[in-house]
Design a protein around this ligand. Sequence first.
Ligand SMILES: *Cc1c(COP(=O)(O)O)cnc(C)c1O
Length: 378
Amino acid sequence: MERIYFDHAATTPLDREVFEKMTPYFCDVYGNADSPHALGRKAMAAVDSARDKIAALIHAKNNEIYFTSGGTEADNWALFGGAYAKKAEGKTRVVLSAIEHHAVLSAAERLERDGFEVVYLPVNEQGVVEEDALQNAIDRNTALVALMYANNETGAIQPVQRACALAHERGALFFTDAVQAAPYMRLDVRELGVDMLSFSGHKFYGPKGVGVLYIRGGVKVQKFVGGGEQERGMRGGTVNVPAIVGIAAAYEKAVQNMEQNNEKIRVLVQRFMQELAPLSGVTVNGDRQNALPSVLNLRFDGVENTAFLYAMDLQGVCLAAGSACASASVKPSHVLTAMGLDERQAKESVRFSFGKNNTTEEIVQGARFAVETARRLR
Ligand SMILES: *Cc1c(COP(=O)(O)O)cnc(C)c1O
């Protein structure tokens, strides 16, 4: 059976060109990048060049880029590293949006158990944090504010620049999880003014298990993974050279083709909506105007999403109810409930996330399956 893949917010396939660039670093240039001998130096040269590339693309300096084991580690590092660094100044509040990824939410829960006061920013029905919420939550006692750049369930883009400015006015650090935004929006850390920013390789056709945490020069953040002196003493562990080569190559390609990919996906999504038009009782969850082009969260009245996903999977369509990290749970999405959907509405919602390799045929076929499946299940 031909698979139709509409789950690009969960992960993307590795790009073949990127894969080719990674391969020498598994069996040939296998030196430990921190070894001073020739093979180590060769590995380190590849890591240095990857770091330079990523730094240039987000307008950072190369010593502001730290490689991690993925978005989850980068998010955890930002939360713990930022909160504890500011605790030294006596600040004990952590402010984050209610719609953050579980990587951020679970770190915040841990900080709460450790004695921090955690304040969750509400979102409006479009899934966006509003000015009032920021004004009310961020105070002089705030150590850290975390607001994701774009949400992984709805694609809604958040007011990161504004939130960052407010955080800085009140003496707090600001972190943005840009994992979902990275494939579709230019990241410019200078323009945004953020102290920390994370993204992950496998969301833009790079390898899994590698991510980046940008930490602005001069900002004090505690280390998260202790060990050797890798990553300028800030992140222990033997450097994952092939993955780092891969994330840099994939990110470079994503940035180079961004406009073109976004436009292609926009056209595909429009077509998908057209094909769904004959079906009644379909609502878009969240803001489509100020959103990533790729994510479409739809509610099908009277259709339970787990049954829908199962039926679609049988027809070869790969989809998700929300975050893949939470897909094993039966709980309704925390993002959709934060937007004011009730439990039933949240459980009637499905996330379609499209990618640059989807074809018009897949869009038409996938939409036809969705229409048939929703009708059958009602
Ligand atoms: C996927 C994702 C993560 C986690 O990244 P991993 O590299 O899979 O650990 C974090 N935040 C958001 C918004 C994501 O979509």
